[in-house]
Ligand binder design. Structure first.
Ligand SMILES: Nc1nc(=O)c2c([nH]1)NC[C@@H]1CN(c3ccc(C(=O)N[C@@H](CCC(=O)O)C(=O)O)cc3)C=[N+]21
Length: 296
């Protein structure tokens, strides 16, 4: 059985088209466009490529977008001052500080300094807390992209056994929280596995929906998947380069074997990744509406 491909890239394109129309309407009616700044500290090549992708998308959607590159040895105080500047800048609706930050910079302190109303990543503890109590202003981008993909693919979520592999603050914990919440596209029974889980396969085998954000290339193999399950692969692992220098990416799921067992699966690349970027744009549009008191 060949699994249906959940093409995040295609869904993301659809959503971007909706957003683009929304931005044009806002511009025409209210004379404002969403403003997004992406701050990159240092020269991590993967981060550079993600930030470029975010800027390109923001530009295509007609945003006011600023790419702020800073040297790897930028002090914590200077970074805090920079964030403060954007917190006060009325043209900026969303602030994204690309993670990971260089060693020596306290990530938590930085995330706390972002105005929660401009925190389009939804990493600030205020937004994390609001998510936990079921009253989010912004949803974190990767989990929001996963939920959107599940909903649009028609996978039954209500009452389903969802197993999440990975417990990070940016994927594992928030997606578990979102899918167990009361409401549409949720109401699931969620199990979270991690590196100390005694028997991961015991859990993954039970999953109707299996979400893998383990950070280990091809961690989930075909024999760990329940026949007919929906598999969401959040991993983006560079395993080499092609002759012409392009990155070769693999997920956290052994794709070929998983496709034989699952009913639906996200590819890497072209699955969750493009959805993540698009949800960032969605959050920025929302931030702009809130900041300008636009109700439609
Ligand atoms: N403050 C912050 N916010 C983030 O949202 C954030 C971050 N830091 N740090 C790193 C992670 C990772 N992340 C990805 C986004 C898009 C793709 C993506 O579009 N991937 C393409 C492949 C792109 C490629 O060629 O590398 C795909 O899967 O099709 C992947 C990963 C956002 N992150």
């Amino acid at each position: 059985m060949a699994a249906k491909l959940l093409k995040g890239a295609d869904v993301a394109k659809e959503i971007r088209e909706e957003l683009k129309a929304e931005v044009e309407a806002m511009k025409a009616k209210y004379g404002v466009v969403p403003g997004l700044v992406t701050i990159l500290v240092g020269e991590n090549p993967a981060s550079q490529s993600y930030v470029r992708a975010k800027q390109k998308t923001a530009h295509e959607l007609g945003f006011y977008s600023v790419q702020d590159n800073q040297p790897a040895d930028l002090s914590e105080d200077k970074l805090l001052a920079l964030i403060d500047k954007y917190n006060k800048d009325p043209k900026i609706d969303g602030i994204l500080v690309q993670l990971p930050l260089p060693k020596g910079v306290d990530e938590n302190k930085i995330l706390l300094s972002i105005d929660p109303g401009k925190d389009v990543d939804a990493f600030h503890p205020v937004n994390v807390g609001k998510l936990m109590i079921g009253k989010p202003d912004y949803l974190p981008c990767t989990p929001a992209g996963i939920q959107e993909l599940l909903v649009r693919s028609g996978a039954p979520i209500e009452g389903a056994e969802v197993v999440v592999v990975g417990r990070s603050n940016i994927v594992g914990k928030p997606i578990a929280m979102m899918l167990m919440q009361k409401g549409k596209g949720a109401n699931a029974t969620v199990t979270v596995c991690h590196t100390r889980t005694k028997d991961v396969k015991f859990h993954t085998k039970r999953a109707d929906i299996l979400i893998v954000a383990a950070g280990v290339t091809e961690y989930v193999t075909g024999d760990m998947i329940k026949p007919g399950a929906v598999v969401i692969d959040v991993g983006v692992n560079e395993v080499g380069k092609t002759a012409d220098g392009k990155r070769i990416l693999k997920g956290d799921v052994a794709f070929e074997a998983a496709s034989e067992v699952a009913s639906a699966i996200t590819p890497v690349p072209g699955g969750v990744g493009p959805m993540t970027i698009t949800m960032l744009m969605k959050n920025t549009v929302r931030a702009c509406k809130v900041h300008n008191n636009i109700k439609d």
